[in-house]
Design a protein around this ligand. Structure first.
Ligand code: ATP
Ligand code: MG
Ligand code: MG
Ligand code: MG
Length: 479
């Protein structure tokens, strides 16, 4: 019998429930009272105030399966989707948490027991990393696993040191990796080709043992805490004997629905643009984006031109671009909602409640975008047709695609990426600035200069603050 995703989620929660943890439901994707964070991107987010001591809970241990989106902010996996075996924009993070209760030894022991006893994983395929100075973690792993030193890898980078922010709780972490075998390219963690998909990180154990009080001022926490996160889809892949997350039961069912509905919407199962390889990527991207967009809508995000709503719109339009390029002439996404509800509605009733809203929103957005999508793709094709690998796509055309055809910059970048073509983003920004200046000048000319001019200033500023506030890396991708 092969355990499905739902069963694996349930056995994780059950394991920690039996070990004295309160089973806590996932919090929404839009974090409550946290303007610094775009979307919930880890299980610990809903417990932040507990870890800092601002809040206490009756039971000092919790476990959850948390909805996460990593498509904006510090963690942005949008560009990885479709290309790696292990990344989604939406995924579920299984976690166990100790709020000043058990610490390192118990956390490691619980994780090891779940993986090797309850889940029955072959310990020969596991290896772990520790922060390079964390001799305590080394000794515990050594004792519990009997691993040779080559499989308890010391990592000196921030990958293995977690911080909540510039100040607040922080500490070393230890990650558990699964070796999918030498047929898959990639080296072990810490090696030069660690970015490959052979050794896949399945679980991150964070040992919050310090408090950063300011620059260079770090003290021991009197009662250290534990925060862990394991990707449900990644552990499901391992348990189902698959290498690729997109081959697990849940995704295969979604991809099956995508193939059926795409054909009804006009796509062919063979031939067509890009051939089978492109179709394969497209199906994965569409399956992933269906989840993130549907869950975001269920949690109250609606497509718009700024903020969270613009991230949602960008994800939606990206999926729609892939649908169009595998040959769909009719809107596709909203036809896929029933399949998603079938797969995930039991675990997430908000999906069932919001089903009509999700379908309506996707349909409207796809119908609207369809009007310009095909012509935009034509322009994109014509303007890039002669470009070779390594070439740079003109920024003013990327701006025209954005401004006239509704192509977010990252959609254009994503479309050109497989051909090794990048976009001249400086010229794109320049074109954007020119247009804003022109709009401003036009307002001034209308005789209402003072107030309207100010309104533009304020809008520019708040836009910038909202995005630069949590992460400068992505500001460029959000307009
Ligand atoms: P990676 O290095 O593979 O990108 P990460 O170090 O960014 O993962 P963490 O921030 O440590 O991931 O999150 C904890 C766990 O959540 C990971 O060990 C992994 O199992 C899972 N996870 C993280 N990002 C994703 C994603 N984009 N899609 C699916 N699972 C993910
Ligand atoms: Mg990552
Ligand atoms: Mg990692
Ligand atoms: Mg990690």
């Amino acid at each position: 019998h092969m355990a499905g995703v739902s069963e694996i989620r349930a056995s994780f929660l059950d394991f920690f429930g039996k070990n004295g943890h309160e089973i806590v439901p996932s919090s929404p994707l839009v974090p409550r009272n946290d303007p610094t964070l775009m979307f919930t991107n880890a299980g610990m987010v809903q417990f932040k105030n507990v870890f800092t001591g601002q809040e206490t809970r009756a039971i000092p241990r919790a476990t959850s399966s948390q909805k996460c989106v990593r498509a904006g902010g510090k963690h942005n996996d949008l560009d990885n989707v479709g290309y790696t075996a292990r990344h989604h924009t939406f995924f579920e993070m299984l976690g166990n948490f100790s709020f000043g209760d058990y610490f390192k030894e118990r956390a490691i022991e619980l994780a090891w027991n779940l993986l090797t006893k309850d889940f029955g994983l072959d310990k020969k395929r596991l290896l772990v990393t520790i922060y390079h100075t964390d001799d305590e973690a080394y000794a515990i792993w050594k004792k519990i696993t009997g691993f040779a030193d080559s499989r308890i890898i010391r990592i000196p980078t921030s990958d293995n040191f977690w911080q909540m922010g510039d100040t607040g709780p922080c500490g070393p972490c230890s990650e558990i990796f699964f070796d999918h075998g030498d047929k898959i390219p990639g080296g072990p963690p810490g090696s030069a080709d660690a970015d490959g998909d052979r050794f896949i990180e399945i679980w991150n154990l964070v040992f919050m043992q310090f408090e950063q009080r300011g620059p260079g001022d770090r003290v021991d926490l009197p009662r250290p805490s534990i925060d862990t996160g394991m990707g449900l889809e990644r552990v499901a892949a391992v348990l189902q004997g698959k290498h690729d997350n997109y081959d697990i039961d849940l995704f295969q069912n979604l991809i099956q629905a995508i193939r059926q509905e795409a054909q009804k919407a006009g796509a062919k199962e063979s031939g067509g643009e890009g051939g089978p390889e492109f179709r394969h990527v497209a199906q994965r991207v569409i399956a992933d984006h269906l989840r993130s967009t549907s869950f975001l809508i269920a949690d109250g995000v609606l497509p718009s031109n700024e903020g969270r709503g613009y991230v949602l719109r960008r994800i939606m339009r990206r999926a729609m671009r892939y649908a169009a390029q595998i040959g769909c002439t009719e809107p596709l996404m909203y036809h896929l909602v029933p399949a998603l509800v079938r797969e995930m509605g039991d675990a997430y009733p908000e999906l069932v409640r919001a089903q009509p809203l999700i379908a309506e929103t996707l349909k409207l957005e796809e119908t609207k975008f369809k009007k310009t999508l095909d012509n935009g793709l034509k322009l994109l094709g014509e303007s890039s047709g002669n470009l070779k690998k390594g070439a740079v796509f003109p920024g003013d055309v990327a701006f025209k695609l954005y401004d006239t055809y509704g192509f977010p910059l990252d959609l254009t970048e994503d479309a050109l990426k497989p051909r090794g073509i990048t976009v001249d983003t400086a010229a794109f920004d320049e074109a954007m600035k020119k247009q804003k200046d022109a709009a401003r000048a036009a307002w001034k000319g209308s005789g209402e200069a003072a107030t309207e001019g100010q309104w533009f200033e304020i809008k520019d500023k708040t836009g910038a603050t909202e995005f630069l506030g949590y992460d400068t890396e992505t500001a460029e991708g959000i307009i």
